[in-house]
Ligand binder design. Structure first.
Ligand SMILES: *Cc1c(COP(=O)(O)O)cnc(C)c1O
Length: 227
């Protein structure tokens, strides 16, 4: 990816976010952009960072660790967004600023145990399997409450909200799934101070997600090109 193509793609994505915010009557800065850099090399991250992206999302712990180590000279906020195995919680707690894919109590305990007191608390989103898909990461909406209480009880973790990857459809996710996520988010935010983040929307459907109240979109293909 050249600096020029990075700039053009980023401009396009930012314009899409801005337009969606305007249609929804929301402030243009009410949605944060996380660039999903899975499978991309450190140089592509460097180029997009230079174009102005400050937050990057990674799915695979071992791939991410190598990449993060190659980019320590940049001020990047790293988000872990992939399915999380409990034997990876130590390196995720060490290398990342946010974890968006917490979906069971065992992960809460282990991330809390491994996060160093020298680092700021790990920012945590609970992943919700909103379309109840078999074999997909994410908790059931009924389990949000219990997980939220467990996260708040851990001094090294800070609960920030919810994340979802709704079932894929031809034109992106069903807007109804985004609306149900927003209801879960509203309920959580009323109960837990500090909950301010609803992470949903990707390259194909960020507009629908923003219209339903997303505050953070995770975009790969539209920024880096096809994987
Ligand atoms: C890959 C991925 C994305 C980005 O998907 P694109 O369609 O490339 O924008 C977002 N979120 C998660 C969890 C992903 O794994």
């Amino acid at each position: 990816m050249t600096p020029k193509s990075a700039r053009i793609r980023l401009d396009q994505v930012q314009a899409r976010i801005r337009d969606a915010c305007r249609r929804a009557g929301r402030a243009p800065d009410s949605v944060r952009l996380v660039a999903v850099s899975k499978t991309r090399g450190p140089e592509a991250v460097r180029t997009l960072h230079a174009a102005g992206v400050k937050a990057f999302g990674e799915n695979y712990a071992s791939e991410a660790t190598t990449k993060i180590a190659a980019l320590t000279d940049l001020a990047i906020e790293w988000h872990f967004i992939g399915p999380l195995q409990s034997n990876k919680t130590r390196i995720v707690a060490r290398d990342f600023d946010w974890v968006q894919s917490v979906d069971r109590l065992k992960l809460v305990r282990r991330l809390g145990m491994h996060r160093s007191p020298q680092r700021p608390p790990l920012q945590v989103l609970i992943q919700v399997n909103i379309d109840d898909e078999a074999g997909k990461a994410g908790c059931h909406p009924e389990q949000i409450q219990t997980l939220a209480e467990a996260i708040t009880a851990e001094s090294r973790l800070q609960l920030r909200g919810l994340m979802a990857i709704p079932a894929p459809a031809a034109a992106g996710a069903d807007p109804e799934s985004f609306r149900r996520m927003h209801e879960c988010f509203d309920r959580l935010a009323r109960q837990f101070p500090g909950v301010d983040t609803l992470s949903m929307g990707m390259s194909a459907d960020l507009e629908a997600a923003i219209e339903a109240g997303s505050t953070m979109v995770r975009v790969g293909t539209a920024l880096f090109g096809p994987r």
